[in-house]
Design a protein around this ligand. Structure first.
Ligand SMILES: Cc1cc2nc3c(=O)[nH]c(=O)nc-3n(C[C@H](O)[C@H](O)[C@H](O)COP(=O)(O)O)c2cc1C
Length: 202
C-alpha cells in the first residue's frame, strides 16, 4: 500500500465503511488524467444527493490541466494553494444556485451543494482518486473570469486526481501530507438530552 494511504486511514472510534475511513484531502497529486468513465461515475454520485424540494442547486465547472478554465481558477487561488494545486490534472469550482423556481432565496443552497460534494468525494475514493476542496481562493474573481451567471455563486474550488509522491511537494507541505488525520470525539458532536451532553448510545 502507498505509505500516504496507510498514514491517512482514519482511526475510528466505531467501525465504518472503509470508504469513509480512507477518504482524505491530498496535496501530492500525480499529473495523470482521470479517465472519463470514472469522472462520469463521480459526478453521477453527486447528482443523487438529497436537496431541499429536490432543487438540486449544485453545478460544477471543470477545468483540465492546460485549459482556460483550469488556468482561470488557478489564478484566483491564494499563494498557499498555488504551491500544490498545479500537479492536479483537474481543477474545478462548485457552484450553487441561490434561488428557487420562484426566484426567492433558497436558504439551503450551500447545505445541498455540500451534500453533493460529499457524495462526489466518497465515489471518488471508491474510484481510487482523491478530492481536495478549497476555500482559499477569490470566489468573486472566479465568478467574473468564468462568466458565472447572476443568481449562481461559486462556493469552493477543488482538485481531483490520483495520488502522487509527497517528495515532489514544497518542503513546508510535506509534513502536513505525512501527518495523521484527526477529529474530535463523536461524543463532542452528538448529544441527547441537551446540547453538550454526550449521547447515551456512545
Ligand atoms: C470548504 C473547505 C475549504 C477548504 N479550504 C482549503 C484550502 O483552501 N486549502 C487547503 O489546502 N485545504 C482546504 N480544505 C481542506 C481541509 O483542510 C481538510 O478537509 C481538513 O483539514 C480535513 O482533512 P481531510 O479532508 O484530509 O480529512 C478545505 C476543505 C473544505 C471542506
Amino acid at each position: 500500500m502507498h505509505d500516504l494511504v496507510r498514514i491517512k486511514i482514519a482511526d475510528t472510534e466505531y467501525p465504518v465503511h472503509p470508504l469513509f475511513a480512507s477518504r482524505w484531502s491530498p496535496r501530492a497529486y500525480d499529473p495523470r488524467p482521470v479517465e472519463s468513465d470514472k469522472l462520469q461515475r463521480i459526478f453521477e454520485a453527486a447528482r443523487w444527493a438529497a436537496s431541499a424540494s429536490n432543487l438540486q442547486p449544485w453545478y460544477f465547472l471543470v477545468g483540465m490541466k492546460g485549459d482556460e478554465v483550469y488556468n482561470n481558477i488557478f489564478s484566483t487561488l491564494v499563494e498557499f494553494n498555488q504551491l500544490w494545486v498545479g500537479n492536479a490534472p483537474l481543477l474545478a469550482v462548485s457552484i450553487a444556485k441561490t434561488t428557487n423556481t420562484r426566484g426567492e432565496p433558497n436558504v439551503y443552497h450551500a447545505y445541498d451543494l455540500g451534500q453533493a460534494m460529499a457524495m462526489l468525494s466518497i465515489q471518488s475514493t471508491h474510484e481510487g482518486v482523491y478530492v481536495h476542496q478549497m476555500g482559499g481562493f477569490n470566489a468573486t474573481e472566479a465568478e467574473r473570469l468564468l462568466g458565472i451567471p447572476e443568481g449562481y455563486k461559486v462556493m469552493t474550488a477543488f482538485t481531483l486526481g490520483y495520488l502522487g509522491n509527497e517528495e515532489g511537494l514544497h518542503p513546508n507541505l510535506q509534513k502536513l501530507e505525512l501527518s495523521p488525520r484527526n477529529r474530535r470525539p463523536v461524543g463532542e458532536s452528538v448529544f441527547t438530552g441537551s446540547f453538550g451532553q454526550k449521547a447515551f448510545f456512545l
